[in-house]
Design a protein around this ligand. Structure first.
Ligand SMILES: NC(=O)c1ccc[n+]([C@@H]2O[C@H](COP(=O)([O-])OP(=O)(O)OC[C@H]3O[C@@H](n4cnc5c(N)ncnc54)[C@H](O)[C@@H]3O)[C@@H](O)[C@H]2O)c1
Length: 312
């Protein structure tokens, strides 16, 4: 099997390339990435080829996707604040870029390559219901969330219109090794771990009781690899999380246990647009991928601390 991973030099992408390359049914893994937020070093030690290019270039996509059995499409501009500040680049990369990938998939091989796309729990937005099941009304609160709704809608429309085999996942808060802590809009887990290791205070916006369905990147990579190998498809979006909701205060407590010391926490005002709670319903995932046991938050945090401690 030849598998292309757009965004393959990014956080989730590089972890996924490692999982795909380690699977005996997969011969060739190609990461296609413009290195805008991804890093060449993320693929060190991974048996994957890196092709530098943009999903906004249909010809480059056609070339790299020729003969592919599957394309996992992760390339995107992932920052919510960045999309609010400057919405058009997010729209082009996440919506138009997805259309380009779907078109390349149609031409890649007879019958079309399977396409697995990365949607986001952000599409639930202002809908307060918990847990979030996939039939809930979507209420995007940012250009990023709208663009991710477009990502999954285009993928599902290409399945209906052109019989393209498609799997559209909604990721929740993915965390783990390779996730950067060193940029303005870094995710909460790498920010906490980096601050804790540096002996600096952990910044919490709000009172820390907000909760998320933290999902370990190794678990996400495992499910996607299985989707590719078994060519799992769905005509509806599927949450890729397990209903395991933790508050930020619980994350800090776990870090304190693992590091064996009390951590200094600095509370700041709630950020506009932050949602209070997020938790996935996972019936659809369970039906399609029975028996997956997710890595626990504690074990995932331990692996993240180990990885980050090895870098500082
Ligand atoms: N991390 C999460 O918790 C989370 C949650 C929901 C959805 N997602 C989605 O998962 C995917 C991967 O996210 P991530 O956290 O690994 O972020 P990331 O920024 O590390 O990965 C995105 C990758 O896409 C590449 N890229 C961006 N624009 C491109 C373009 N025009 N052409 C080619 N490559 C391009 C970047 O260089 C980067 O390597 C994204 O689609 C994101 O929207 C992530």
């Amino acid at each position: 099997m030849r598998v292309i991973v757009t965004g393959g030099a990014g956080f989730i992408g590089a972890n996924l390339c490692g999982a795909l390359a380690a699977h005996p049914a997969i011969d060739t893994v190609v990461a296609f990435d413009d290195l805008s937020t991804g890093r060449r070093e993320n693929l060190h030690g991974v048996n994957a080829e890196l092709v530098v290019g943009t999903i906004l270039d249909p010809e480059a996509l056609a070339t790299v996707c020729a003969g592919a059995h599957a394309i996992v499409h992760l390339a995107a501009i992932g920052s919510v604040p960045r999309s609010v500040a400057d919405p058009l680049p997010t729209h082009f990369a996440n919506a138009t870029g997805t259309v380009n990938v779907l078109q390349a998939a149609r031409e890649a091989t007879t019958g079309g390559a399977q396409v697995v796309v990365a949607g986001s729990s952000s599409v639930y937005g202002a809908n307060p219901a918990l847990p979030k099941h996939e039939d809930l009304a979507t209420r995007p609160l940012s250009p990023y969330a709208a663009s991710k709704l477009a990502t999954e809608a285009y993928a599902l429309a290409w399945a209906a219109s052109y019989q393209l085999p498609v799997m559209s996942f909604r990721f929740f808060n993915v965390f783990g090794p390779l996730q950067p802590a060193d940029h303005a809009y870094a995710a909460v887990v790498p920010r906490f771990v980096a601050a804790a290791l540096a002996g600096q205070p952990l910044t919490v916006h709000g009172d820390g009781t907000q909760s998320r369905d933290f999902t370990y990147v190794g678990t996400v990579a495992g499910v996607i690899t299985d989707a590719v190998v078994r060519r799992v498809t769905s005509l509806e979006p599927v949450n890729l999380a397990f209903g395991t909701r933790h508050t930020l205060l619980q994350v800090i407590e776990l870090l304190e246990q693992q590091l064996g010391r009390t951590l200094d926490v600095q509370f700041e005002p709630t950020r506009a647009g932050d949602i209070a709670h997020s938790q996935a319903a996972h019936h659809r995932l369970d039906a399609l991928f029975p028996g997956v046991v997710p890595v626990s938050l504690a074990d995932g945090l331990r692996a993240t601390v180990q990885w980050m401690a090895g870098r500082v």
